[in-house]
Write a protein of this length. Structure first.
Length: 209
């Protein structure tokens, strides 16, 4: 915890970053029906929001409290901690989620939805789970296109989940990490979208392959 607080101070003291303690208005820009927000069925809270730029893209880094019932006799609510990075994309892409298989324990063993229902019906890819990565999309053809060995490797080695959300990509992992570590998640997102085939950026909108 001490290292996390020191990390927050380092970023707050850097004029390249804008800091907000809590950001309910920013949280409201996300549909809570997809990862990582769906991991808090009883609600979510953003803390220590830092916003800046990364390789020319707007980036947001924050801690997320995802509230769940404890399952005990008193049904108390407990906050599961996640660390999240969000990058803007050049255009809207089909709703697609790739999740490292080692995160299954944080998803209710895949029972909680990866993609919001408002994005449309989503489909698990036939090879979902192979290579240690779970994959689903509202457009399986698009997901198959971006499912390259490099995107799999980056997702698995960084121990993250990511999903496209309109013209944003959201990356997340468990725990309350330092902001250097969350910044590293953002760097991984940059590498993931760089690994997308060129055709991904010309994919027709509204298709379902």
């Amino acid at each position: 915890m001490f290292e996390v607080r020191k990390s927050i101070k380092r970023f707050r003291d850097d004029p390249a970053w804008t800091y907000r303690d809590k950001a309910p208005d920013y949280l409201a820009t996300f549909d809570r029906g997809g990862y990582p927000f769906s991991l808090g069925p009883q609600g979510n809270g953003i803390h220590d929001l830092l916003q800046g730029s990364l390789h020319g893209r707007e980036v947001s880094l924050f801690h997320l409290n995802a509230w769940k019932r404890s399952g005990g006799s008193n049904q108390a609510q407990v906050a599961w901690k996640f660390s999240v990075a969000v990058l803007t994309l050049p255009r809207v892409l089909p709703a697609t989620a790739f999740t490292c298989g080692r995160l299954n324990g944080h998803t209710g063993n895949w029972k909680l939805p990866a993609i919001p229902r408002t994005a449309g019906p989503s489909t698990e890819l036939p090879n979902s789970g192979a290579g240690g990565v779970r994959r689903c999309s509202t457009d399986p053809g698009f997901a198959a296109l971006v499912d390259t060995p490099e995107t799999e490797r980056l997702t698995r080695e960084a121990l993250i989940g990511w999903r496209t959300d309109g013209d944003r990509i959201i990356g997340w992992t468990f725990g309350r990490r330092t902001y250097e570590e969350i910044h590293s998640v953002a760097e991984t997102l940059v590498a993931i979208i760089a690994a997308f085939p060129e055709q991904a950026w010309h994919w027709p909108e509204g298709t379902r392959g």
